[in-house]
Design a protein around this ligand. Sequence first.
Ligand code: DGY
Length: 425
Amino acid sequence: MRQTTRERLDASAREILQENDRGGYTVPARGLYPFQWNWDSCLVALGWAAFDEARAWQEIETLFGAQWDDGMLPHIVFQRPDPGYFPGPEVWRTGRTPATSGITQPPVAASCVRRILERARDRPGAEAAARRLFPKLLAWQRWFHCMRDPDGSGLVAVLHPWETGMDNSPAWDEALARVDVAPDLEPYTRRDTQHVAAAERPTAAEYDRYMTLVQLYRAHHYGPEIVRQAPFRIADVATNCILLRADRDLLWLAGRLGLDDAPRAEIAGWIARTEAACAHFRDPASGLWHSYDLRVDARAPTPTHAGFLAFWAGVGGAALADRLESWLAGTRYGLASVRAEDPRFERRRYWRGPVWAIANFLIGAGLAESGFDRLADRLRKDTAELIAEHGFFEYFDPGDGSGCGGDRFSWTAAMWLAWAGRELA
Ligand code: DGY
């Protein structure tokens, strides 16, 4: 029997996850990212859920196995040594087993748990896993609200561009330029540019600052005081919108699982506080949502696709949908991470222009839930086309669609299986 395009791509996507499976966790890509990454794993679980639900739950549970006692869920878990990556555990020196980094990443876990549970074929299995995970999700989200918003402003801070997952976004340019490179910065050798063209990765100047921040936080043992001392302190619009959505999904899970002792009022309080604080993100002149620089008390000058995560958080409206429409008109494929007219737009450099399947999914799912079906469809179609024509790349050139960064990338495969590939039914 002849395979349809969809069957062929479904099979390749499954193969990629299996190939990147290291036994209980999935590496984002062979070579470039040889460990378990926080938000990668949660989104990759959505892909596993399409054909192996037990494996999907295992992915998230393995990740939470590395949760810190204070609730923090690290951005990398170094499950097994691999000399091909920098900075590894010998740089982070967090003293944890398994070894981890000392910073976090956007909290997509609760929303992924909800999504897998809602679509589960094995309902009792899914409910049992969600019940085991609930207190861990709660602890992580509480950590964000307490440790990263000690004054209760409603805006949680990220202290490193790596915490946003959007490392070299132009939204961080000004804030990162204000970080003085440590005079005693330990010499280091990057490994990422041995796997991927340097023109598709962060610059040397950015990397010196990334490492300066790691060195500083390490000196404080990643303790609670770093939030007040951090030279880089941003209310990332993506992290805050993702947390708002995660808080709503946590509340939903409490209801669905019948958890009578869940602290519903506390979670509802977080939601109300974040919703009110979202006003900081919106630029009244353009209607676009920007990240907010807490060190200088001003919006970051450059808007990026992250602002459209307002839809994922359930707080995007018709005016923002209009802005999205004109953003999409700037490139052949959407959604470019930076507007094509922006002087900082670079079509192949990581988070400075390329299209990302996971961002399209989060924004697209939010758009669909808010009733913006046509725009949701456009994002899904573009993602499906990019993958079908160019492969399962880490990111894509929004002009000609060609693949950039790592190849056979886990979360791109997962987005195909969980969302984009449903288009070609
Ligand atoms: C890297 O090494 O580039 C990662 O994005 C850090 O998490």
